[in-house]
Design a protein around this ligand. Structure first.
Ligand SMILES: Nc1ncnc2c1ncn2[C@@H]1O[C@H](COP(=O)(O)OP(=O)(O)OP(=O)(O)O)[C@@H](O)[C@H]1O
Ligand SMILES: [Mg+2]
Length: 225
């Protein structure tokens, strides 16, 4: 499903020092896998997630989605693939405060350039019901609890029905009870709906709930568990 070959991400600091945020990473994530990427702060987890999710391009190396090399496509082509393939969940929820919960969930449908063959609003309301936030569709994010905001964000990630869900520290801003609810939800998206779910975390206890742990340190994969 997703394959990285010799992927490096290099930052030039002061035009002098070359810093490798990722160094020759080789990685394969299969369809319907439930995996976590674990490593200390600064190890390159978010950088790796941005490259897997087609939000960023590697400095060198190749990225394949379903054996199609995306690293050589144009920005527009990559955006289209991203829009149809990946749903993102972030630690800070990243909701737009001026939009209601329902409007936030609909954002990815606005960025889609092809005609959608489903009723976007009906699907959004279904997701709202499914994630136990019925009645909150017209509320603004600042009127919602952290757990509710993250469930709105998950609904937004799912509105385009993507086969892949990428979550960067999805429970980082939640108390343990809400964290567990979100983790259970992500697990269900994998086990029941067969989506590929990738969770980035520095918390080994969260990682242990996934089926495979990818360990990263100093921009390199140092092992699996
Ligand atoms: N735009 C940039 N310019 C220079 N260095 C950067 C840039 N973005 C990231 N880095 C560096 O790359 C390294 C990896 O960053 P990354 O955000 O991937 O870490 P992380 O594992 O997600 O950390 P955290 O757990 O704190 O979120 C860090 O050392 C960071 O300082
Ligand atoms: Mg990070």
């Amino acid at each position: 499903m997703i394959r990285l070959k010799n992927v490096s991400k290099v930052y030039q600091i002061d035009n002098e020092i070359t810093f490798y945020a990722l160094k020759k990473v080789n990685l394969e994530i299969k369809k319907s896998e439930f995996v976590s990427i674990v490593g200390p702060s600064g190890s390159g987890k978010s950088t790796l997630m941005h490259i897997i999710g087609l939000l960023d391009r590697p400095t060198s190396g190749q990225v394949f989605i379903n054996e199609k090399e995306v690293s050589k496509l144009s920005d527009n082509e990559i955006s289209d693939i991203r829009n149809q393939t990946v749903g993102f969940i972030f630690q800070q929820f990243n909701l737009i405060n001026k939009l209601t919960a329902l409007e936030n969930i609909l954002i990815p449908t606005i960025y889609c350039r092809r005609k959608l063959n489903f009723d976007v609003k009906a699907r959004a309301l279904d997701l709202i019901k499914k994630f136990n936030i019925a009645g909150k569709e017209n509320s603004y994010p600042n009127k919602l609890s952290g757990g509710q905001q993250q469930r709105v964000a998950i609904a937004r990630a799912l509105i385009m029905d993507p086969p892949v869900i990428l979550a960067d520290e999805p429970t980082g801003n939640l108390d343990s009870k809400n964290g567990e609810i979100i983790l259970d939800l992500l697990k269900k998206l994998n086990k029941e709906e067969k989506r590929t779910v990738i969770i980035v975390t520095h918390d080994l206890d969260i990682a242990k709930k996934t089926d495979r742990i990818i360990k990263i340190k100093d921009g390199q994969i140092i092992g699996y568990e």
